[in-house]
Design a protein around this ligand. Structure first.
Ligand code: SAM
Length: 367
């Protein structure tokens, strides 16, 4: 039987930061009506009634794939390599997945190019390159011999991701812009990964009219993600560094094209300030989202706990009652103590692996 438009699309999966998968599944279900099949470290497997480019609106996903196969039965032993080869060659309905791949990523002109990727986390009795070769063997006869392997910008990418005894293999639908974002033209060393910034916004769920404050905005990633969800919104950012404010301004520039003409150009203010003494009225901000510096030590004689003890009462002052704050920190205790002392309640908390470091993504309510 030939695959056609009337067929429902095959299962898909998205990849996100490990620890963000529950929130990413929530976003896929609520914004795209996805039926969630499996949630595992950094991966969400789901189905959609119809598949189109709407899928790239997901902000908590770094990449989206058509699922070729998945398992949680790897053995860590060399036998896995035979399984990878067999599953790759036999499991997928290749005709159907190619059909859907072309719907989203039309065939480029000229000779098609392809690229195989293998990611492997955890200790296994074989190397990543062995798994990659097993994948390539499984693909014999599926990828025409005339296709050219390339390292970058391939028309077709097939990824195998192994984490412990689970593996997913898929045909990549997204390109690098989903992960890196089109708006991001300026980077700072401490810039947040866009999906983590999006997760902070997802936690606070701002209404279109609600002002979102990032008092330590750096390159503006959190504010940009707030605009990214709705392509509009009221935001206010500040930082003590001019260089950060310049970077934030450049990154927010992308969203100007979506703004209604009648809105004045200063409605996205970025101000130089000390986040411990904000030039804002008491109870004037309903939503705050921020990742303050999170090193254990910011200088030899100043610990992060002291900074948080000075920040939180000031943020408490400017937040409305009730008010919401989404905060990303590495040292949970150092932030939780002053927050609880102000009467804030932690409503949601996620441990996320960010650039090899475990951090906490938290939602706080001020009563
Ligand atoms: C972890 S970075 C924030 C990164 C930002 N979310 C991004 O994606 O680029 C922390 C920021 O806090 C700023 N900062 C540190 N102490 C500050 C203070 N007392 N007042 C205002 N900003 C401060 C730093 O300049 C830095 O840009």
């Amino acid at each position: 039987m030939h695959a056609g438009k009337t067929d429902s699309p095959p299962a898909l999966y998205l990849m996100t930061l490990p620890g963000l998968e529950t929130l990413a599944a929530e976003e896929a279900a609520q914004r795209l009506g996805a039926e969630i099949k499996r949630v595992h470290k950094g991966v969400v497997v789901f189905r959609l009634h119809s598949l189109n480019r709407e899928i790239f609106r997901l902000r908590l996903a770094e990449d989206v794939f058509l699922l070729l196969w998945g398992t949680d039965q790897l053995t860590y032993r060399a036998r896995d390599l035979d399984l990878i080869e067999t599953w790759t060659s036999r499991e997928p309905d290749w005709e159907r997945v190619w059909y859907w791949h072309h719907q989203i990523r039309p065939r480029p002109r000229g000779k098609p190019t392809y690229h195989l990727v293998c990611q492997m986390y955890g200790e296994h009795g074989y190397r990543r390159v062995d798994a990659l070769e097993a994948l390539a063997r499984g693909l014999r006869g599926k990828i025409p011999g005339s296709w050219r392997p390339v390292e970058e910008d391939a028309a077709v990418e097939i990824w195998l991701t192994i984490r412990g005894k689970t593996a997913v293999c898929g045909l990549r639908l997204s390109d690098a812009t989903m992960r890196h974002r089109e708006y991001k033209v300026e980077h700072l060393p401490a810039s947040l990964r866009p999906v983590a910034a999006a997760a902070l916004i997802w936690l606070v769920q701002p209404d279109p009219s609600e002002l979102v404050l990032d008092p330590m905005c750096g390159a503006g990633t959190i504010l940009a993600e707030r605009l990214g969800f709705a392509r509009a919104g009221r935001i206010l950012g500040g930082d003590r560094e001019w260089s950060a404010l310049r970077a934030a301004r450049a990154n927010l520039e992308y969203f100007r094209r979506f703004r209604p003409a009648e809105e004045d150009q200063y409605s996205w203010p970025l101000l130089r300030w000390d986040a411990r003494r904000l030039p804002l009225a008491a109870k004037s901000v309903p939503v705050l989202a921020c990742n303050p510096p999170y090193g254990k030590q910011i200088s030899p004689d100043e610990d992060i706990g002291l900074l948080y003890r000075e920040l939180v009462p000031e943020w408490h002052r400017v937040l409305t009652s009730p008010g919401r704050a989404a905060i990303l920190v590495a040292d949970w205790e150092a932030f939780a103590h002053p927050a609880e002392r102000c009467g804030w309640q932690c409503r949601r908390r996620y441990r996320v692996l960010l650039l090899g470091q475990e951090v906490w993504l938290t939602l706080w309510h001020k009563r």
